[in-house]
Design a protein around this ligand. Structure first.
Ligand code: GUN
Length: 281
């Protein structure tokens, strides 16, 4: 029976430490978030980000732009935030509407204020095992959990399901940098089960309800669930069949209460790190 990794408790601990840490500064870290359109999930995520920032005593602003905003207006706003000395961290919530070139938007954020680590300068740094200004929120949150639970990474077989720019790709690169032997699987992967059964650390970031069943998991594996799906009752659920898989795994993250809280927590620690870098603290 697996030990359940408590992302919420770890988040609370890290944020409490962060809150007392920033009390010593007169000036506070400033996170600016841009949201375009009315995607309901994005609206909830953004509201949570702002709430957490304000609870910590950070400065935060959410800039809402309409679904049909011209790309040039969005780029102008990002340039303003880039130039604003008070703003330490910029986050443009994804996905963006189809008329906007997401690549162009990501590249317009100053790498020093790129709190998501989406800019190619920063992702390129990870690919080279060099140092980005900050690491991407979800992958870093996962590594923080593994470290907290003293789960070794070096030399382990890590299998990542999903190759998104937000989670799968950077996470695979970061695990490689930490000396894991990494396999990336995705929707075209053949014999998924054969590969996942070889994983010491199995991370599912596919966004596919119930994708990971118990027969795909090696006994004693560590299972990390990044999925945020709605089940048949409309409840939040992951990619992993939690009840069945927890019998075989040694550690497992629940949904909700696992990776999700760690992502927001890392967004806050990243904002603080950028604040320190920009103020030579
Ligand atoms: N959309 C889904 N996850 C994320 C994230 O971590 N950052 C941003 N900017 N958009 C997202």
């Amino acid at each position: 029976m697996a030990e359940i990794i408590d992302g919420k408790a770890l988040r609370n601990k890290i944020l409490a430490d962060l809150k007392s840490e920033i009390e010593k500064y007169e000036k506070k870290p400033f996170l600016a978030v841009i949201i375009v359109g009315n995607d309901p999930a994005s609206k909830i995520y953004v509201a949570n980000k702002k709430k957490t920032a304000l609870e910590l005593g950070f400065e935060s602003v959410v800039i809402e732009m309409p679904e049909n905003v011209p790309e040039i207006e969005l780029l102008k706003k990002i340039n303003e935030l880039n130039a604003d000395k008070n703003v330490n961290a910029i986050l443009v919530q994804l996905p963006l509407p189809p008329h906007i070139d997401t690549e162009k938007v990501i590249e317009s954020v100053l790498p020093q204020k790129d709190v998501d680590c989406f800019h190619p300068l920063n992702t390129g740094k990870i690919a080279q095992n060099a140092r980005p200004f900050v690491y991407p929120c979800t992958p870093k949150g996962i590594i923080t959990m593994l470290n907290e639970y003293k789960i070794p990474i070096s030399g382990k077989n890590a299998v990542v399901i999903g190759r998104s720019n937000i989670v799968g790709r950077p996470l695979a690169a970061m695990l490689t940098n930490l000396d894991a032997t990494v396999t990336i699987c995705h929707s075209k992967t053949r014999n998924l089960k054969e590969i996942t059964r070889n994983a010491d650390i199995l991370i599912s970031a596919a966004g596919s309800l119930g994708l990971v069943s118990a027969d795909m998991v090696k006994k004693g594996a560590v299972v990390i669930d990044v999925g945020m799906n709605r089940n048949e009752n409309g409840k939040l659920a992951g990619d992993v069949d939690f009840e069945a898989v927890k019998e075989a795994a040694s550690f497992i993250t629940p949904v909700p209460g696992g990776v999700g809280p760690m992502t927001i927590c890392t967004l806050m620690t990243n904002t603080y790190e950028l604040f320190k870098l920009q103020n030579n603290l």
